[in-house]
Design a protein around this ligand. Structure first.
Ligand SMILES: Cc1cc2nc3c(=O)[nH]c(=O)nc-3n(C[C@H](O)[C@H](O)[C@H](O)COP(=O)(O)O)c2cc1C
Length: 487
């Protein structure tokens, strides 16, 4: 977790929602392309680490989304789901038709649990290979590709090892300053952080030929499974975000200036649209600010948004969450893009800078949305990041920053929070404390839960509810809420 210096601890903002919210902006309907949204409530994608080891929908995945659907948000976005047919551990996948039946069961469960009130989207993601930080001895013995440059450099240092095995041992024994001279920057990075592929690597040359087709096919499967839409993941640390980024220096027409950086994301949008019927919504999530040095910031993101928006039914805004400033992981762990300052900006906690974690995305979002409207683009905008009270949600909408309120961690703490507001039980909301207990589990690749759930009576641990309890009997879904009223 990123620690600000000086560190300021922020209290949760006070809140006193009214009993009657029928006139509130948050509860007005909205039509976004084919999506008829009952109101302005939107639960953004959150990976809960519940898919099977093969990336299939499990009972736990279904229980998770069914529980969110009980709170009847207008829109619910299923976690980042891989578009390729490659093993990626217990992360949900959609890269082959064999994934469709599981996803179909998931969509049906959400429809049933929300009584048809919730529109269901699935976030489609591509990411490049990332290796765990290696144990140094193993790095030199097994992973480093020994080159003539290394052999010559060793000889220059007076190391007379005979044969590559001995040279590898010699490298492993060298002090850090000598290593810094012999290894390339990328080799040092692979040693210190774990090897990470980039869109500018020769191995990534074919991405523009591959990705439109992969995203299109994934969207077609999402439609076959009964989803209402897809959200193309163009945010945080992942492939399409890297194409949009000001740090994209590709020289093949898919990088450099704005037009080059937009080219592949636009081709992906086009391929996705072409793969689905007009009943499917096509949304995308981008960054209003990458929050890294040399990255796309709030001065440029409106231009990106204006170019992308004409092909989209909804544009969702996040910020930060990059590998570029992530902290060194422990040996055996993978680099996690939410550990640096940009990570804090993505999922800000109550331990932060003087400005604090709440509504941090409001200003850049307002500028971006105003730029779209000035160009006559009416694409509805979702904004997430520290929105967790009725008042902040209303302010977000009233200030012109957003058309839809994205609430991830507050909805994890209490998936009924929108429903409690709708029914005038705002004082019963279980409030997220913004300490990122959930994000810590995500970082450790463990099943995500909320520390607030376990303090409550285990009312949802009844038998016959598959997927709601882990092997030790801990709650895997939030407790149920019974609205007070005549029994
Ligand atoms: C456990 C966890 C998993 C997340 N997974 C995703 C994801 O799959 N895709 C994504 O775009 N954002 C993901 N996020 C980021 C959230 O969607 C959201 O942008 C962020 O938490 C800030 O919003 P909040 O302040 O309402 O929580 C995740 C957040 C958490 C806490």
């Amino acid at each position: 977790m990123y620690r600000h210096v000086p560190l300021v601890k922020h209290p949760l903002p006070p809140t006193a929602p009214p009993a009657d919210v029928s006139q509130a902006l948050l509860f007005q309907p909205l039509v976004a392309g084919p999506l008829e949204l009952r109101d302005r409530t939107w639960i953004p994608a959150m990976v809960p680490w519940r898919a099977t080891p093969d990336g299939e929908v499990s009972e736990r995945v279904i229980a998770w989304y069914r529980r969110f659907a009980v709170g009847r948000p207008a829109a619910l976005v299923v976690e980042a789901t891989g578009v390729r047919d490659v093993p990626s551990g217990p992360l949900l996948r959609i890269g082959h038709d064999r994934f469709v039946p599981g996803l179909e069961r998931l969509a049906a469960a959400v429809r049933e649990a929300s009584g048809g009130a919730t529109r269901l989207l699935i976030q489609l993601i591509d990411f490049l290979p990332l290796k765990r930080r290696p144990e140094p001895g193993r790095f030199f013995r097994e992973f480093l590709r020994l080159t003539d440059d290394h052999r010559i450099a060793l000889r220059r240092l007076g190391v007379t090892a005979e044969g590559d095995a001995a040279r590898r041992e010699a490298l492993a024994a060298l002090p850090r300053p000598a290593l810094a001279e012999i290894l390339t920057a990328r080799e040092l990075e692979a040693l210190d952080l774990g090897a990470r592929e980039r869109i500018t690597d020769p191995s990534a040359a074919a991405l523009p030929r591959q990705l439109p087709e992969l995203f299109g096919a994934a969207a077609r499967r999402a439609e076959a499974a009964g989803f209402d839409g897809v959200e193309l993941h163009m945010a945080h640390a992942y492939t399409l975000a890297s194409f949009l980024s000001a740090t994209n220096t590709r020289t093949d027409g898919y990088g450099g200036d704005l037009a080059g950086r937009l080219r592949l994301p636009l081709e992906v949008i086009h391929a996705t649209r072409s793969a689905v019927t007009s009943r499917m919504a096509v949304a995308a999530r981008i960054l209003a600010d990458e929050c890294i040095r040399g990255g796309t910031d709030a001065s440029e993101s409106p231009s990106l948004a204006a170019a992308l928006a004409p092909g989209l039914d909804v544009l969702s805004l996040s910020r930060g969450g990059k590998f570029d400033d992530a902290k060194q992981p422990k040996v055996g762990a993978a680099l996690y893009p939410y550990t640096g300052r940009s990570g804090w900006e993505c999922m800000p906690t109550v331990n932060g800078d003087a400005r604090g974690p709440f509504g941090r995305n409001l200003e850049p979002a307002r500028a971006l949305r105003a730029a779209l409207r000035a160009k006559g683009l009416g694409t509805p905008i979702v904004v997430a990041g520290g929105i967790a009270t009725f008042e902040d949600a209303e302010h977000l909408l009233a200030s012109g920053a957003a058309d839809l309120v994205g609430s991830a961690r507050q909805s994890l703490a209490d998936p009924d929070w929108f429903e409690k507001l709708r029914r005038g039980h705002g004082s019963a909301i279980r409030r997220c404390t913004f300490t990122n207990y959930c994000e810590g589990l995500d970082q450790a690749h463990k099943a995500v839960t909320c520390k607030l759930w376990d303090r409550l009576p285990p009312d949802s641990l009844a038998p016959g509810r598959p997927g709601e309890v882990d092997d030790e009997g801990h709650r895997l879904v939030p407790p149920t809420w019974q609205p007070p009223g005549p029994a």
